[in-house]
Each structure stands twice: as structure tokens, then as C-alpha cells.
Design a protein around this ligand. Structure first.
Ligand code: NAD
Length: 247
């Protein structure tokens, strides 16, 4: 167990899948957890699942593409808790249409959540981390950010951008003692994967040397490590957590 007592950990996309598991994992390690989701109803539902210790987890649902709304929410959180120690930019959507069927609106939507929202969240949180001269920012990338994928081009394009944000911000923010890393999950057992067609998933599993799909806990543990002092000299890394999948 790692001790995150008195640490405030903010997770976007914390209402289900990987984000919900990250929230559980940090709660088990004594953090004060704040989850962001896309709407009130899903945030409430997640809080019911998570809220085993009173007040150890709260939730909000700002529009991540509206900087003012994000900033106001972050400012409120800072007024209540005083600091945000770990920001986990995890919210994301995927795509699998061929380019002929992908509209420019589809492409824009994916870039808006997977990239622009990370920019807004990071821009809103960084000033308070700089003031403390400490902080950790972690982004959810994907294995497709290394290899691309044969459809849904907006998704890998967005995750290549996540890696670019991660590596560049790591260099920009290192003098302020803010570490920035990303976790690049392989194929993980969540709703996002469940919504993909069988003919896409099954051949992929066969290419995974560890012989199985990853669990949300496999990914949450990587976030926990990168957020902890065990990773105090690691910044600008894209940590692949994918069972050595290479397709
Ligand atoms: P999921 O669909 O189960 O959860 C997505 C989360 O994002 C939810 O909490 C949802 O509330 C939030 N979200 C969706 N649209 C939003 C919006 N418009 N505004 C705010 N929040 C919104 O997906 P998941 O599999 O848990 O994915 C989480 C992250 O992991 C994503 O960034 C995804 O790209 C990445 N990832 C997942 C896999 C996988 O196999 N599941 C693999 C690689 C990377």
C-alpha cells in the first residue's frame, strides 16, 4: 500500500471503466478523491459505488471543453481543499469508423474530449501546482498512440497528441517540480472495449503475448505508481501497460 493521506487526486472520466477503478485504487490508498464525469446522474451513481468513507470522494461535472467552467470548478475545489496534488486526465472516447464514414464533426468531437479537454484541465490546475512547487499530472494515452490503428483515425491521432502534450509539458513544468507522465493501456476490459465489434477484438487478443486482456486494476496500479514518490525521478514517460501487445 502507498500512503496518499492528505493528497488530493482529481480524476476526469472517473464515473466508470478505468477512471472508476483509478478512483477506487486511490481511495484504498487514503487519498481525497475528486471525480469528474459528463453528467450529474453518472457522477451520482459513481459516488454511490465509491462512497465507503464519508467525504473521501466528491464529484463534479463541468463541461471539459469550456475553459471558464473548468476553471471555476477547479477554483471551487481549491477553495475547499487548498490544493490538487495529482491530476489524472483520463476521460476519453474512441472511434472505429473508416475515414469515408467519419465526418469532420466526429473527428472534432474526439479531439475535443481527448486533447482539448486535457489542455483546459491542465491549464486550470497548473497555477496552483506551481504555487506549491509540487504536483503530478498523468494522462491516459493508449497503445494506439505508438502503432496507430486500422480505422477510427481520430482516436490514434488524439492519443499521439496526448503523448505530445505529456512529453512537452514534462519539460516545461519540470523546473516547477511538476511531473507529467502518461499511461498507455492496451486492450482493457471496459465498456469502451465491450462496444467494439467481436471481429476487431478477438484477433487482437491473439496477438497479446501475456495472453489476456488487461483489467482496469492493471491500469490503475500504473497510475498509482506514477503518482507516488516511488516515481519521483520519472517524467515525460509514456508507460505502456499492454501485456506487450504490439499490433
Ligand atoms: P469508458 O467509456 O468506460 O469511460 C469513459 C469515461 O470518460 C467515463 O467516465 C465518462 O464519464 C467520461 N466521458 C465520456 N465522454 C465525456 C465527456 N464528453 N465529458 C466528460 N467526460 C466524458 O472508457 P474507458 O475504457 O474507461 O477509457 C478511459 C480512458 O482510457 C480513455 O481515455 C480511453 O481512451 C483510454 N483507453 C482505454 C482502453 C480500453 O481498452 N478500455 C485502452 C486504451 C486507452
Amino acid at each position: 500500500m502507498l500512503d496518499f493521506t492528505d493528497k488530493v487526486v482529481l480524476i476526469t472520466g472517473g464515473t466508470r471503466g478505468i477512471g472508476l477503478e483509478i478512483a477506487k485504487t486511490f481511495l484504498e490508498n487514503n487519498a481525497q478523491v475528486i471525480i469528474f464525469g459528463s453528467k450529474e446522474e453518472t457522477v451520482k451513481k459513481a459516488l454511490e459505488v465509491l462512497n465507503e468513507k464519508e467525504n473521501s470522494v466528491v464529484g463534479f461535472y463541468p463541461n471539459l471543453n469550456n475553459f471558464e467552467e473548468v476553471k471555476n470548478t477547479i477554483d471551487n475545489i481549491l477553495t475547499i481543499y487548498g490544493h490538487i496534488d495529482v491530476l489524472i486526465n483520463n476521460a476519453g472516447i474512441s472511434a472505429n469508423k473508416k475515414i469515408e464514414d467519419t465526418t469532420s464533426l466526429d473527428f472534432e468531437k474526439i479531439m475535443n474530449l481527448n486533447v482539448n479537454a486535457i489542455f483546459n484541465m491542465t491549464k486550470a490546475v497548473v497555477p496552483s501546482m506551481k504555487e506549491k512547487h509540487a504536483g503530478v499530472i498523468l494522462n491516459t494515452s493508449s497503445m494506439v498512440s505508438i502503432y496507430g490503428q486500422p480505422a477510427g483515425v481520430g482516436y490514434p491521432a488524439s492519443k499521439f497528441a496526448v503523448n505530445g502534450l505529456t512529453k512537452s509539458l514534462a519539460r516545461e513544468l519540470a523546473p516547477s517540480n511538476i511531473r507529467v507522465n502518461a499511461v498507455a493501456p492496451g486492450i482493457i476490459e471496459t465498456d469502451m472495449v465491450a462496444s467494439l465489434p467481436k471481429e476487431t477484438i478477438e484477433p487482437l487478443i491473439k496477438t497479446i503475448p501475456l495472453g489476456r486482456i488487461g483489467t482496469p486494476r492493471d491500469i490503475a496500479n500504473a497510475f498509482l505508481f506514477l503518482a507516488s514518490d516511488l516515481a519521483s525521478y520519472i517524467t515525460g514517460e509514456i508507460l505502456q501497460v499492454d501485456g506487450a501487445a504490439r499490433s
